[in-house]
Write a protein that binds this ligand. Structure first.
Ligand SMILES: Cc1ncc(COP(=O)(O)O)c(C=O)c1O
Length: 375
């Protein structure tokens, strides 16, 4: 591997394949368009595009024809606006008090989650003497964010409440889309449809990544994938239809040989059953390599697999490299923490979490390399 000095000295190299992100975006949209339906796809780039870089991902997807983006926070929207001057950008968490001027200045569209937010945003439109775009988020079962049933009904019976606003989207979010057999999916779909029928005219969006795989009923006008763009399996009970995006290669800092029955790391949480070759990697929980992977994580190198041994510490972790090819695991070499033989979902399973948490935890100290970035 031909590495720059900065890549060589970093604790780990995070390689992000934007060609794969682009291919995943097209694949999801094509899936919904099969049969000639005119469905479009947005990209959900909250949490810095699930840890992978909202600006880099956003620029590439915009170049691919993606026009609609979702973030969670106003400041995420402001950062994305600087990179994508013409994109439509919606802030899912709504409009925090006092953020109105910034939202208008950066042309951010709030997902309005209650009648109070609707009237606050209308007030802005009146003061501006121009209509403002708005998204209405309905809670169809999550019991988290969005209009509850009663307020939604008030809105539907009195459309004047939206006067001065351009309703650019009606949306809701699925509770259990990765479990196709969960009756909640159908319940939410039915509730959503009933509401949409009472508010005709506006574009409609329901499906996140897994929702896209629930079938055409769930597609409406706009898809809202996040995770699947980044290679997380949207169909956990079936092979992953998405292309992998992330490779994380950790640098070997030191190698030592220990006798049988020697402890490794804090509190000697792991003890060798045999003479062991221990490789120390320059990644720890401060980099988002979860402590839950202590004594559970795995690494791969050239098709070989090894276990994380002992506690993951702040800046380091240790692996049992006894059965790994020695020439590939000397100091300065790299082993994969995420890669072709160890996908994000597999790491998540080892950590007893999901791929979302693995990606959004990816640390700031990694040396990032983007393949397929737009200049
Ligand atoms: C409202 C909303 N829509 C879409 C998404 C994207 O979901 P996923 O990453 O499962 O595709 C999210 C993310 O949680 C969300 O909160």
């Amino acid at each position: 591997m031909d590495l720059s000095p900065a890549a060589r000295r970093a604790g780990a190299i995070l390689h992000i394949d934007l060609d794969a992100v682009a291919a995943n975006w097209h694949a999801l949209r094509d899936r919904a368009r099969a049969g000639g339906r005119s469905v479009d796809s947005a990209a959900v780039l909250k949490a810095d595009a699930y840890g992978l870089g909202a600006v880099e991902v956003g620029r590439r997807l915009w170049a691919e024809g993606c026009k609609f983006f979702f973030v969670a926070h106003v400041d995420e929207g402001i950062a994305l606006r600087a990179a994508l001057p013409e994109a439509w950008v919606c802030v899912l968490n709504g409009m925090p008090p006092g953020a109105e001027a910034d939202m208008i200045a950066h042309r951010l569209v709030p997902a309005l989650n209650d009648l109070g937010q609707v009237s606050a945003w209308r007030g802005c439109a009146q003061r501006q003497s121009q209509p403002l775009d708005a998204v209405v988020h309905l809670d169809t079962g999550m019991n988290r964010l969005g209009f509850g049933e009663e307020e939604a009904s008030l809105l539907a019976t009195d459309r004047m409440r939206l006067r001065g606003l351009r309703l650019s989207l009606l949306m809701s979010h699925l509770v259990s889309s990765e479990k196709p057999a969960d009756p909640l999916n159908r319940q939410q779909l039915d509730r959503f449809r009933a509401f949409v029928e009472r508010m005709p005219g506006a574009p409609v969006s329901l499906a996140n990544s897994s929702g896209i795989f629930l079938g055409a009923d769930y597609h409406f006008d706009l898809l809202r994938p996040g995770a699947a763009l980044f290679g997380i399996n949207p169909t956990p009970d079936a092979p992953n239809p998405m292309r992998p995006v992330v490779t994380l290669m950790a640098r070997v800092v030191q190698v030592r040989r220990i006798e049988a029955m020697a402890g490794v790391g804090y509190n000697h949480d792991w003890r060798s059953a045999r003479p062991t070759r221990v490789a120390v990697l320059a990644v720890g929980y401060a980099d988002g390599y979860l402590r839950a992977l202590s004594n559970r994580g795995e690494v791969t190198v050239a098709g070989h697999r090894a276990k994380v041994i002992g506690r993951v510490s702040m800046d380091l972790l240790t692996i049992d490299a006894t059965d790994l090819p020695e020439e590939l695991t000397t100091p300065g070499n790299h082993v994969d923490l995420i890669g072709p033989d160890l996908p994000v979902d597999a790491v998540a399973e080892l950590a007893r979490t999901n791929g979302y948490e693995i990606l959004t935890s990816l640390g700031a100290r990694y040396h990032r390399v983007y393949a397929g970035a737009v200049a």
